[in-house]
Design a protein around this ligand. Structure first.
Ligand code: PDD
Length: 287
């Protein structure tokens, strides 16, 4: 069965799903996106993802080419046509097609693409396996709170991780603070069991997984501090992990080859993984 994608009003096999070469997303990275996990047939935190999409669009003065109920229909229909039960959905909206010019074109209809693919989500035990992180300079622009398709610094930094046989790169700003990962949010657990993650501002993407975990953690009575932390602090932390819609919660057992804690996945991290799986297993249509 060929994969079906939605492109500007049509459901097409991936091989026929094309965009115009003058699409501003292609020529100028003038667009935004969302990645949403599909778990047991349901979109995880769909409402929050669509809210963040609306914010990104608003910041860039791009309008949604369809209304929200049509968008919901398109997402569900793309999932249904591909018979995806566990997977991820990619949604991209660009300013549209116009002769190349930096300025916004007049009367340009935005473009929309939705694709879905299968993912075999890890089991709880597989999720609890630790991974390695390296660090690199955060050379991104100053509005990374907008989920823009302009991801070249993230691409280069992720490749650095792969080249170093690591799983993710944590980005470090000019003051020496870790901002976030190339495609994830960064967390540590301090020696006195505080859960620390950087506050959301223009220097990080406000992760939806991050938001959900903060909500789940509040129910546990764990002390949460939203503040920046340095590489040295992270390396001397009791635990570290990163989160995203596709990585879920991933324990970090080394940062730049320095072991974290006792070198194993942390206890609080593993407890959060259990909690997050419970959350996903109890999703409902409107969550
Ligand atoms: N990325 N920070 C960055 C830079 C990201 O690209 C992502 C997600 C996150 C985590 O956000 P969320 O929890 O909402 O997935 C943080 C997606 C998965 C991607 O680009 O593929």
């Amino acid at each position: 069965m060929p994969r079906i994608s939605y492109v500007n009003g049509q459901y097409l096999p991936l091989s026929q799903a094309t965009v115009n070469v003058e699409d501003r997303g292609y020529q100028l990275a003038d667009g935004v996106y969302e990645v949403i996990a599909i778990f047991n047939g349901l979109l995880v935190d769909k409402v929050d993802h669509l809210r963040r999409l609306a914010r990104s669009l608003n910041e860039l003065r791009i309008s949604l080419p369809v209304n929200i109920s049509a968008l919901n229909f398109i997402m569900n229909e793309t999932i249904r046509k591909n018979r995806v039960v566990n997977g991820k959905l990619y949604l991209q909206i660009t300013r549209g097609v116009a002769p190349r010019d930096h300025a916004f074109p007049a009367n340009c209809k935005s473009s929309i693409v939705v694709t879905v693919s299968n993912v075999s989500w890890p089991s709880r035990d597989e999720s609890k396996q630790g991974c390695c992180v390296i660090t690199a300079a955060d050379i991104r622009w100053k509005r990374v709170d907008i989920k823009s398709v302009s991801l070249l610094p993230n691409v280069l930094a992720k490749q650095e991780a792969i080249d170093a046989s690591a799983d993710e790169t944590w980005l470090v700003n000019e003051e020496g603070y870790i901002t976030e990962g190339t495609a994830s949010n960064a967390w540590i657990v301090t020696q006195n069991n505080q859960l620390v993650t950087r506050q959301t501002d223009e220097n990080i993407l406000a992760g939806i997984t991050r938001k959900t975990i903060l909500k789940l953690v509040q129910e546990e009575g764990i002390e949460i501090v939203e503040r920046p932390f340095t590489v040295i602090e992270a390396q001397s932390a009791k635990e570290a992990f990163f989160t995203s819609s596709t990585a879920l919660i991933k324990p970090v057992t080394s940062i730049d080859n320095v072991s974290i804690g006792n070198g194993n996945s942390g206890l609080m991290t593993c407890a959060l993984i259990d909690k997050y799986f419970e959350f996903m297993e109890n999703l409902t249509e409107n969550s």
